[in-house]
Write a protein that binds this ligand. Sequence first.
Ligand SMILES: Cc1cc2nc3c(=O)[nH]c(=O)nc-3n(C[C@H](O)[C@H](O)[C@H](O)COP(=O)(O)OP(=O)(O)OC[C@H]3O[C@@H](n4cnc5c(N)ncnc54)[C@H](O)[C@@H]3O)c2cc1C
Ligand code: SF4
Length: 463
Amino acid sequence: MANKIPRVPVREQDPKVRVTNFEEVCYGYNVQEAQLEATRCLGCKKPRCVESCPVSLQIPQFIEQVRLGNFAEAARVIAKDSSLPSVCGRVCPQETQCEGSCILGIKGEPVSIGKLERFVGDWSIENGGEAVTPAPANGYKVAVIGSGPAGLACASDLAKMGYSVKIFEALHKAGGVLQYGIPEFRLPKDKVVAKEIENVLKLGVEIETDVIVGRTVTVDSLLDEEGYSAVFIGSGAGLPRFMGIPGENLNGVVSANEFLTRANLMKAYDDRYDTPIYVGQRVVVVGGGNVAMDAVRTAARLGADAHIVYRRSEAELPARAEEVHHAKEEGIEFQMLTNPIEVLGDEKGWVRGIRCVRMELGEPDESGRRSPIEVKGSEFDIACDVVIMALGTSPNPLIASTTKGLDTTKRGCIVADEAAGQTSREGIFAGGDAVTGAATVILAMGAGRRAAKAIDAYLQTKA
Ligand SMILES: Cc1cc2nc3c(=O)[nH]c(=O)nc-3n(C[C@H](O)[C@H](O)[C@H](O)COP(=O)(O)OP(=O)(O)OC[C@H]3O[C@@H](n4cnc5c(N)ncnc54)[C@H](O)[C@@H]3O)c2cc1C
Ligand code: SF4
C-alpha cells in the first residue's frame, strides 16, 4: 500500500556547521527520494490538498508525473498555476495549507508536497524546463507596481493572456521580500529567486527597477499619460513597526527589515561587499514570526550570541514550525512570555541592555490567541548591545497618498475586495501585503492571480 511507506526525510546541513555559513540549510530531495515520496500520494479524486492551496496547484497531477519520472511534464503542470515553485516549495507554510489538509495526515504523515514542488522547480531551473507559451498580444498595456510575489503572479498571468505588462520596482533588484527579506540560507537568491524571475521575463513581462511609484511616476500618470489601461498595486508592507518604549532611539536598535535588507539585498554577510552591519556580542530580537526567526538566525551566523524575546508562549509563535525547529537546532535562545519595557543605554547613547517583564496568558483576543498579561513586579534586565525589532510591518503610505480617491484602512492597507482586488478607483486593482498587511508568499500570489483575472474581465468589457 502506497500510504504505508514512511515520509521520505530530507537531508539538511549539520546545525553546528550551518550556523557559521549562509549556505542553504535544506538540501531538498534527489531524484530517487522524490520518486519514492511521490509514490505515497493516493491521487485522491477530490484532493483536499488542492482545495487548501491558495493558487490551486494541481498537486496530485504533478506528483503523479514525478512518480513516473516525467519531470518536465510535472514542471508544465505546476507552471499553469505558479511561476515560483522553487520559492514556494521552500517558504510556503505547507503545514497549514496543502500538507495540513492531505488525507494521509489524518492517521499519519502527509505527503511532503512542498519538498516535491521544490524538487520539480529546481529540476526545471537546472534543466531549462519549458515555459508556458503566452496568448497572442491583445494590444492592452497593464502596469504592475512591485515585483514581489503578488506583482510577479499578477504579471505572469496577464502576460499568459496576451497583455503587455511592465512591472515598476522601487529597489534595484526584483523579487520583493524574496530578495531583500528572506535570507540566503532559506532562499538562495542567484540559484532560485533570480532564475524564477527569469521565467516571468520569458513570458514577455518587462521589469523596470529603481522606479518609486509616487515619486518617479504616479499611478495616475501611468493611466493618463503613459497609455496603461489598468494598474495592479502589489507594493507590499515594508514599513516596520516599533514598540514606542523608552530607549528605542539608542544606537544599536534597528528594525528587522533594515537588518535583513543590509544582510540580504546589500550582501553585508559577504566579505566582498562593503555594506556595514552591526551585530555586537549579544543580540536580542523582539518578536516571534518568520521575520524574527530570520533576523535571529542571521545574527547568529554573523557571530552574535542571539536571543528571541517573545511575549506569548511557544504554542502561539506565529513563525513556521520548521523555522523554530531550525533556530533551536542552531542554538538560538528563546525567552518566552517576556515583554520589553525599555531599551537601556550607556553614557554614549549605545544599547547596553533591555529591560523586560514576565507575562502570563489570559483569555483569547480577537486573533484567537491567548492574550499576554504582565506579571506585576517581574522586571529583569538582559544585557545586549543590539536590539532588533521584528514586530510586524504596515504598507508604506506613499502610493495611497499620491493617488486620488484610493481608499485605505486605519492601518494604511489599500481597500480592495478579496475576490478581484478591485480598489475604490476604476481600473486600479491591488493585492498581497499592500491589502492584507504582512501575510505570506502564497496568499500574495493568490491575490495577484485573482486580480489578473479581474483585470482581464474589466478590460474585456471595455473592448
Ligand atoms: C523576513 C521575512 C521572512 C518571511 N518569511 C516568509 C515565509 O517563510 N513564508 C511565507 O509565506 N512568507 C514569508 N514572509 C512574508 C512574505 O514574504 C510576504 O507576505 C510576501 O512577500 C508579500 O508579497 P507582496 O508581493 O505583497 O509584497 P513584497 O514581497 O513586499 O513586494 C513588494 C514590492 O513592491 C516594491 N514597492 C513598494 N513600494 C513601491 C513603490 N512606491 N514603487 C515601486 N515599487 C514599490 C517593494 O520594493 C517590493 O519589492 C516573510 C516576510 C519577511 C519580511
Ligand atoms: S490529499 Fe494527499 S494523498 Fe490526496 S492527492 Fe493530495 S497529496 Fe495526494
